[in-house]
Design a protein around this ligand. Sequence first.
Ligand SMILES: Nc1ncnc2c1ncn2[C@@H]1O[C@H](COP(=O)(O)OP(=O)(O)OP(=O)(O)O)[C@@H](O)[C@H]1O
Ligand SMILES: [Mg+2]
Length: 294
Amino acid sequence: MEEVHRPQPQVIEEGILVEGEAIKKAPRITPVPTGVEGLDNLFYSTEIKDGQVVKKPLGGIPSLSVFNITGSSDTGKTLLVEQFTIKQASLGKRVAFITVETPATFVSLSLRERATAMGIEFSQIEDNIVLIDAASYSSLRENIPNLLATLAHVIKNYQVKFTIVDSVTGLYEHREMMARIVVRQLFNFMKKWYQTALFVSQKRSGHEELTAEAAGGYAVGHIVDGSMVLAKELIMSPYQAKTFGKAIGDIVRLFRIDGCRMSGHDTRTFYMEITDTGLVRITEPLLPLEKKKK
Ligand SMILES: Nc1ncnc2c1ncn2[C@@H]1O[C@H](COP(=O)(O)OP(=O)(O)OP(=O)(O)O)[C@@H](O)[C@H]1O
Ligand SMILES: [Mg+2]
């Protein structure tokens, strides 16, 4: 029988790093405030103080992390990433906002509304936000290499440090088997370009509400550094009414951080509100029934 010719396996020297060297090259992780009330202190760092390990609130999401913001329709995902955008822009940082579903002109109106609600003068910060309109241009939406080349161009020309994608789901509509590949490409790109990024992904209502599981169909949560899950419950049973201390027909909004590999975080489920002016805020944690009665 003819022998199959296989190249000799090679040692890839560049792929080997001694930890002592790797840590010297590692970027510094700093807190990035989100502009969402109640969120920044749900992340923490740990340090050793007098021989004890202590938790310290971080005051933001860890820089250079890529988060998946997931939930079904109307749960506040867009509001949350808009608030983040306004907050960073108000701190003088440049943000690239890739809009996949809503044309950029409409997003700009919404961003202006968010700024006003946050008490920030939009005209002072508007040039810190660069919109990439993948909703209007299928040559961006349906061609990931074009999208990433355009984003690289924007990052270089505007010194962008933050990237928002609303939503990644729109980039693999009708081809959900591509979800992981698309998200992996975007994730690797954000790491290469040192971006702190928020990827919105949509959950179908059939998916389990408060986990990132199956968000976007194919476990986007495994690829990114962390997930935030937003949920909306309609109170329809006396049991639910009792659990949440609400009336039948009320809506309860919930929020949780479903994992973050870049820092410690609160693992509880929280109540969330959307204010009259359209701002997301995280309020108190859900308490067990016995504690609530006290
Ligand atoms: N300007 C506003 N003022 C008050 N409430 C608002 C405002 N904008 C949005 N909302 C409320 O917040 C809800 C969530 O809006 P948002 O657009 O963030 O949802 P989403 O999770 O992005 O949904 P989708 O997956 O459909 O894009 C809306 O359904 C609405 O009830
Ligand atoms: Mg949205």
